[in-house]
Design a protein around this ligand. Structure first.
Ligand SMILES: Cc1cc2nc3c(=O)[nH]c(=O)nc-3n(C[C@H](O)[C@H](O)[C@H](O)COP(=O)(O)OP(=O)(O)OC[C@H]3O[C@@H](n4cnc5c(N)ncnc54)[C@H](O)[C@@H]3O)c2cc1C
Ligand code: FES
Length: 281
């Protein structure tokens, strides 16, 4: 069993938890993920390792309440235990040799982008962070990013905090002001990653994206996380989750991502009904 040591609500839909998982804490690197189940009958869901503390034996996860399982996880409290916490899975983000990089995060994608920014900063790379949110209430990890970046642009769609605009506006402005990046690493909604890749392609800047398709086993066996990259089939769980953004077929990924939407909606409604019933008792 994997005990929840600390729980922090970051915004109305995003929660951070430190989980007691010493073996994962010892091995996990930036870019890798775990698969957890809240209880024996629970669904398996992948979440990125946002941070580790090998000394304390804890792993930090940051997740958005997106459906039945993440809603249930957000209801759990410090002292409760998760039934499974398997990992680390996937390949670590390749950061070797980078001297100057822009890390672009969108919404909860910032939880995945943060450990990469931290790793690059710690290895002496000049890090420019560009983070975007719909509005002020949804901003997460601002201080964490500031602590591991040499330059930071915080964007909101509605201008309620930071600068008004999209991450692509901020990145374009940085590039046009003469900043030269060895690589851009971008993590967020598929649509955002697609547009950042279109922009960096214009300027010929190598770009890595972190893909989050539906995953089931996380070991390359089920084919659930299949993607097309450079015309070839890849499995995000074992070949990724990082890929060359200029080679990813985003339109196909978006189509596959919506495949279970109706089923997910039913599961969430059933979960909400269960919670309401429990509350009424
Ligand atoms: C490698 C990887 C790392 C991830 N890291 C994070 C993270 O750090 N923080 C975070 O908030 N989210 C992360 N996600 C997404 C997270 O796994 C989903 O939000 C979660 O599975 C939703 O489950 P649910 O039952 O609450 O919602 P559901 O209603 O089942 O689904 C809501 C949406 O989540 C996605 N999803 C559902 N099931 C899965 C699944 N088994 N695998 C992948 N995506 C799924 C789909 O896009 C779906 O439309 C990651 C996904 C992957 C593949
Ligand atoms: S999750 Fe099954 S092959 Fe990747």
């Amino acid at each position: 069993m994997y005990r929840i040591i600390k729980k922090t609500v970051l915004n109305p839909t995003v929660v951070r938890m430190d989980i007691e998982a010493p073996l994962v804490a010892k091995k996990a690197q930036a870019g890798q993920f775990i698969i957890l189940r809240t209880d024996e009958n629970g669904e398996r869901i992948p979440l990125t390792v946002a941070d580790t503390d090998p000394g304390q034996g804890t792993v930090t996860i940051i997740f958005q309440k997106a459906g039945a399982t993440t809603d249930r996880l957000a209801e759990m409290e410090e002292g409760d235990s998760l039934c499974d916490f398997a990992g680390p899975l996937g390949r670590p983000t390749e950061t070797e040799g980078l001297k100057k990089a822009a890390i672009v995060g969108g919404g909860v994608g910032c939880a995945i982008a943060y450990p990469v920014a931290k790793k690059l900063y710690e290895q002496g790379c000049e890090v420019h962070a560009v983070v975007g949110f719909r509005n002020r209430d949804l901003v997460i990890l601002e201080d964490d990013f500031r602590a591991v970046s040499h330059k930071m642009k915080l964007m909101t769609d509605d201008g309620s905090y930071g600068e008004k605009g999209l991450v692509t506006d901020a990145l374009r402005a940085l590039i046009e002001s003469g900043e030269k990046y060895d690589e851009v690493i971008v993590i967020g909604p598929l649509m955002m990653m697609k547009f950042v890749c279109a922009l960096t392609k214009e300027y010929g800047i190598r770009t890595t994206v972190s893909m989050n398709p539906i995953m089931i086993d996380g070991t390359g066996m089920c084919g659930g996380c299949r993607l097309t990259v450079g015309g070839k089939t890849k499995f995000a769980c074992v070949d990724g989750p990082d890929f060359d953004g200029h080679q990813v077929d985003f339109d196909e990924a978006m189509k596959r991502g919506g495949m279970y939407r109706e089923f997910e909606r039913h599961a969430r409604e059933a979960n909400c009904n269960l919670l309401t019933k429990k509350e009424a008792e």
